[in-house]
Structures are given as C-alpha cells and as structure tokens.
Write a protein that binds this ligand. Structure first.
Ligand SMILES: C[S@@+](CC[C@H](N)C(=O)[O-])C[C@H]1O[C@@H](n2cnc3c(N)ncnc32)[C@H](O)[C@@H]1O
Length: 277
C-alpha cells in the first residue's frame, strides 16, 4: 500500500517538469534516459493490493437462500405436478410382491442397509403390502424399536400379519391408512419408508401433510420409486417416477431432499426431511 503511494508521488512532479519542454540538448537526453530507467524501476516494484475476499464468502453471497442441509435436484425446479396417480395394486396380485426375481431387481438387503437402522428406532413401513420390507427391518430395530406397517387394503395387512407371525417377529404392529391419512400416531416415527407406494397415492399432498404430523422432530422419509429416467427399467410408466418429479412434489409439500442413493438396480432411494419453519 505504502509503495503504491510513493510511486505516484515521485512520478507526477517529474512528468510535469518533463512536459514543460525545458529539457534539451545531449545532457537532457541522458537525464531523460535516466528518468525513464528510474520510473521503470519504481513501477517494477511489487505494489501491495488489498487481499482478495475468501472464496467461501463470495459463494455464500452468490448462493440463493435455501434451508441448511437441503440438496437440490437440477431438474426439479422445472417440474410441473402433471402426474396422474397409478391405480392401487390389488391384494389379489400380492404374490408379485414376493417374486424371487425381486432380489435381483431391487436388492432389498442393500436398500435396508442404506437406511442405517438402529435398535430402538420406530419405523413406519407405509404401504407395506405383505411385509416384504417389514420382516427384514424388524430384527434391526429390536429389541426396543418397532415397525408400524400400514396399508390401505386390510387384506394386505392380514397377509402381512401372517407373514410376521410365521417369522416369530414380536415388534411389528399394523395400522390401516386412508387416501389422505397415514393412520399413524402423532410425533412417533423416526423413519417412514415408502417402497413403490408414493406413485399410487390418490391424495399425495394431504397424505404428506399427515405424515409430517406423524414424524418425530428429526424424523425422515425414505422414498423408493422405479427410475422413470432409466429406459432399462422394464416397469410401466405410471409406476415409475423421475428423481426430479419426486423432489419437486416433496418440495411443494414442505420436504427437502437430504440424501440420495442411486446404486439400487432399478430404483431411486431419496431421503427427505420436513422443513422446519
Ligand atoms: C406396489 S405395492 C408395494 C408394497 C410394499 N411396499 C412392497 O414394496 O412390497 C403398493 C402398496 O401400496 C399400498 N397403498 C396404496 N395407497 C396407499 C395409501 N394411501 N396408504 C397406504 N398404502 C397404500 C397398496 O395397497 C399396496 O399394498
């Protein structure tokens, strides 16, 4: 800083004097040459500049405000809610839920591992069907934790109860849900899992508002849907969703994306948290 000021204070009077035209002759040429060399030497000295702002300060200022911890999906912002819900999968076709190929197509063990369940957690398996994920999760939250398995079809819940009994699992309860009601108690759920269910909800906004009520303060929703953006997934279009579509619908319902796993064979795993105002 100081050096910058010194350069300016020497240069201005010299240049002014030179411009008066009083220098002439051979001696003057030498003086001019010395002056040029002197000026160049002054300019060549490093001049201190103010320190650049730390990069993260610049980024914070430039970044659009969003809730801490929310991830964004680049395409989600442009999504319209033009999706029609799929028909409810009937209990009459329930054997499809336990088809042997499902292991290779959906890798349920990998999905459950990605949820990081711990003993003591209360997990809602929403739209649990015959309990394909319920019976895998129940031992992981035992002995003090439990699974609340819900479905809109009582016949599915009856099958689920049989399956759970057959496996000797004591920490599973069931609840009948409605189109817009989860059937869950308030402030009770640490994690809600929805596998291949959300796209069937006839009143998703109402259902999600009710789910907020049921989640504990740190509660989360793990949403698993067949990937609509992947042409290799051989599932009918109305039973698939893009991550952008799901993220946009969740954002409209006040949930923000906090985690994502795209390593399942055919599905997205998207983890959401309700925004706290
Ligand atoms: C494709 S199955 C998936 C079942 C189970 N999640 C699984 O992965 O094996 C969809 C399930 O969602 C249930 N369902 C649809 N709408 C629901 C709602 N509003 N509340 C709870 N369950 C619902 C259906 O009855 C059906 O059992």
């Amino acid at each position: 800083m100081y050096r910058g000021i010194t350069n300016v204070s020497i240069e201005i009077p010299l240049i002014t004097y030179w411009n008066t035209g009083r220098f002439s002759g051979r001696g003057a040429q030498w003086v001019r040459a010395l002056l040029v060399v002197g000026l160049l030497a002054c300019r060549a000295r490093p001049v201190a500049t103010p320190p650049a702002p730390a990069p993260d300060i610049v980024m914070v200022a430039a970044r659009p405000p969003r809730p801490a911890g929310c991830l964004t999906d680049a395409a989600a912002a442009g999504q319209q809610q033009a999706r029609l819900p799929a028909a409810t999968m009937s209990y009459r076709g329930a054997e499809w839920l336990t088809r042997p190929e499902r292991i290779a197509e959906e890798d349920p063990e990998r999905l459950i591992a990605a949820l990081h369940l711990r003993p003591g957690m209360v997990v809602a398996d929403i739209g649990a069907g015959v309990g394909y994920h319920t019976w895998r999760m129940a031992p992981l939250v035992a002995p003090n934790g439990r699974i609340v398995a819900t479905d809109i079809q009582p016949q599915m819940l009856a099958d689920l109860e049989r399956n759970v009994r057959a496996r000797g699992l004591a920490n599973v309860s069931t609840a009948l849900s409605g189109d817009g009601e989860t059937g869950l108690p308030s402030d009770a759920i640490d994690l809600a899992l929805m596998v291949d269910v959300y796209h069937e909800l006839s009143q998703p906004a109402r259902f999600l508002a009710d789910l907020r009520r049921a989640l504990r303060p740190q509660g989360r929703l793990a949403l698993v849907e067949f990937r609509a953006e992947d042409p290799k997934v051989p599932i009918r279009p109305e039973h698939r969703m893009t991550a952008a579509q799901a993220t946009a619908e969740m954002a409209a319902a006040g949930f923000c994306l906090v985690g994502r796993d795209d390593t399942l064979p055919w599905q997205h795993l998207l983890v959401f948290e309700p925004l706290r105002h």
